[in-house]
Design a protein around this ligand. Sequence first.
Ligand code: PXL
Length: 276
Amino acid sequence: MSYKRILSIQDVSCVGQCSMTVALPILSACGIETAILPSAVLSTHTAGFTGFTVRDLAGDMPAINEHWVKEGIKFDAIYTGYLGSKQQVDYVLNICKTTLNERGLFIVDPAMADNGKLYYGFDMEYVNENKKLVKACDYLLPNITEACFLTGIEYKEVYDREYIDNLVLALRNLGAKNIVLTGVSFREGKTGIMVYENDNYNYYEHEKREKSCHGTGDIYSSAFVGALLNGKSAIQSAKIAGDYVVKCIKATEGDSDHWYGAKFEPVLGELIKEVR
Ligand code: PXL
């Protein structure tokens, strides 16, 4: 594999094992040079901690972008996650326009919601602005809640294949090219990933652990991107990322003090074996 350089744009939650503190080590372990642009700095993530600090870094983005353009810096891929505010969407699109290599990949995890609810601080204006990213990206990595907010389709906990096909179709109608829909569960004890790529549907099903951990969406997306940039197909990458998340959850289960994230580090070696 040739040496690739990726830019990841998402927040730095200083403590909490999510977003950038997950993406940077995972992508590096996958053998990819990883540049970062923090969208915001928070003392912790917002899911379970209280009294956290938040600093939105939207205001820094144009000057950072300008400097990179001056330096002629280019990326083979750009992967975005949690953005601090809706102003960032246009800035991110401009960064893509000016720094992404000609055949570079733009991968978007619209990290804004889970379990039927938007994350703290986000509203429908933020959701609507994110539709621009849906249209612009090469791969969209939503969970079902995010797909519902983006498309206006009602969120359901129990559903059938037709419901999932309709979600994918509605995302395609928003302009999404390739879609990797996570957390798709058709039967008890199992969950999986629906991959829509080049007009084909593929579903990968794996075991569903009873315990869910915060941050596994970011672990999943980072591992998916790491595999994809190593030349794996979308469905292979989905399988590798899904299996890795199960290993991370198993490594965390039973430790009730570790409620804020998943222990992805002890099993990173197993991911590397699959990806490289
Ligand atoms: O894992 C998604 C995420 C990322 N960043 C911050 C969050 C969350 C989820 O709650 O709060 C700051």
